[in-house]
Every structure is written in C-alpha cells, then in structure tokens.
Design a protein around this ligand. Structure first.
Ligand SMILES: [Zn+2]
Length: 265
C-alpha cells in the first residue's frame, strides 16, 4: 500500500534502443510557437507526434504520480538515425512525484510493450541528481553503419571503389577537421573541430555500400561521408574521389568502456 509522500523530484536511469527512423529523442516543440500551438504545427505545439521521452513518460508518469519530466540522454542521435546494440544511457527526471515504490522491471517491460517495436528500454534503476551530470558528460567513441550512395550522375568504377575501401580499412585512425555542418551552422557557432574516424569494414549492397565506421565522440558522420561541400576534410567523398552521401545511419554500439578523454574535445 502507498504511504502519502511529499511531492519530490525522483530520477531513474536506464538504456534505450531506437528501432525506427523519424523518432526524436526528446519532445520536439514547434520552434515558432514553443509549444503553445500555431498554424505551422496545426495547433499541436510539437513537430513530431511522439519521442523516446514521451514513450517513457506516458507509462512512468502515472506510476510515479509525477507532474512533469525531463529527459537527459548521454548524447543524442539524429531523428533519422537508429540506436541499436546495447542502446544509449539516459536519466529520466520526474518532478513532483508522489510515489517512489515502482517495480522498475515491470515499468521497462510496459514502456517497451506500448512502444510497439519502435523503442525498447531496459536496465532501469533509481539514481540521484548526480547521475544527470555524469551521463551528460559521457563522451564515448561510437560504432556506426552507414549506407553510402554515390550522388546522381557520378561515374565510378565499382572494382576501384572496392579496392580503395579495403585500403582505407587498413589505415586505422584518420584525422578529420570538421567545420560546423552547413545544416546546423545557422544555429551553432562555426568552429573547426578535430576528430578522428576509422573505416573498419565495408560490403556492397546493390549499388550502395554499407560502411562500418568507428569514430570519436562528436564526429559528424554524415558530413565525414559527404564532405559537406568541403567543410569536412578529409571525407569518404574525397578519399574515394567520387561524390557520395550517407543515406541511412545506425549507431551499432557506444564504446562506453573507451571514453574519449574530455581534454581531447
Ligand atoms: Zn507551433
């Protein structure tokens, strides 16, 4: 039975896997009205119907009898990127919670069941505010798989590309200099970032190539492939000598045992 409890802030941490594209990690408010509702968002206040945060909240909030929530991810993948493997660490913060005794294993199972194959959450445990800071400061290398397609009209010799990809796999870490991507430079400072990536494996898939990449925390992978009009150098485009783009990206694993030292950021 429940004992009456003063409303308090509670935290649990866990991991999530995201198995569909087009799903944001957190509530995506309409930038025009900031959630109030306007013509741009059809009065909805949000640009996407659901998010990982909302899928967790709709089950967790009633169980903890909480009023509001915040989602703290250990980084975030783009809306169109899958989060596979052992998932991504997060902390879920609940404000004005009135119940603290919740079966977390059952909570995880119910969140996953109601997410209908879009999201899975697991390894839930209660934690303290301190974990929010720790999780946000996690800077880990990541394994990706990218579907790479040559741009329309680009002439290339498949055998030569295959030989070059095999060669790139033997090079180990490639030093990159990346300017802030053109797609986000309107809202972020335009900086030069030094990062590294390794091309670790590849296979042909029809006329596309599936390329495995291991990269440092904070590497812009799509730009490391396309070159972003020369803003990211070198790139798979420049290394292969043929214009190409990443048309699908999945995070296969986050190498949490191998965090990038913060001083190298
Ligand atoms: Zn709006």
């Amino acid at each position: 039975m429940d004992h009456p409890m003063e409303p308090t802030t509670l935290y649990f941490e866990g991991r999530y896997r995201k198995l569909v594209r087009g799903l944001p990690q957190t509530v995506l408010f309409c930038p025009k009205c900031k959630g109030r509702g306007c013509n741009t968002c059809d009065g909805f206040g949000k640009l996407s119907k659901e998010s990982v945060q909302e899928m967790i909240a709709r089950v967790a909030m009633p169980r903890f009898k909480a009023r509001r929530n915040k989602f703290h991810g250990a980084g975030r993948e783009d809306v169109d990127v899958l989060m596979l493997g052992t998932g991504r660490l997060f902390v879920f913060e609940m404000l004005k919670a009135k119940r603290s005794t919740v079966d977390l294993q059952d909570l995880a199972a119910e969140i996953t069941r109601r997410a209908e194959g879009k999201v899975e959450v697991f390894a839930l445990k209660m934690c303290t505010r301190q974990r929010v800071v720790e999780v946000k400061e996690t800077h880990c290398s990541k394994h990706y798989q990218a579907r790479v397609r040559f741009d329309e009209g680009v002439q290339f010799d498949s055998a030569a590309i295959a030989a070059r990809l095999t060669e790139l796999c033997k090079l180990g870490r490639l030093a990159l200099v990346q300017k802030t991507p053109a797609r986000v430079v309107h809202r972020r400072a335009d900086l030069d970032r030094e990062r590294w990536m390794e091309i670790t494996a590849w296979e042909a898939d029809g006329s596309d190539f599936l390329v495995s990449i291991f990269s440092q925390h904070g590497t812009y992978i799509k730009e490391a492939i396309s070159g972003d009009g020369g803003r990211s150098q070198p790139s798979l485009h420049s290394l292969l000598g043929a214009a190409c783009s990443c048309i699908e990206l999945d995070v296969l694993a986050i190498a949490e045992g191998d965090p990038t030292p913060a001083d190298s950021d």
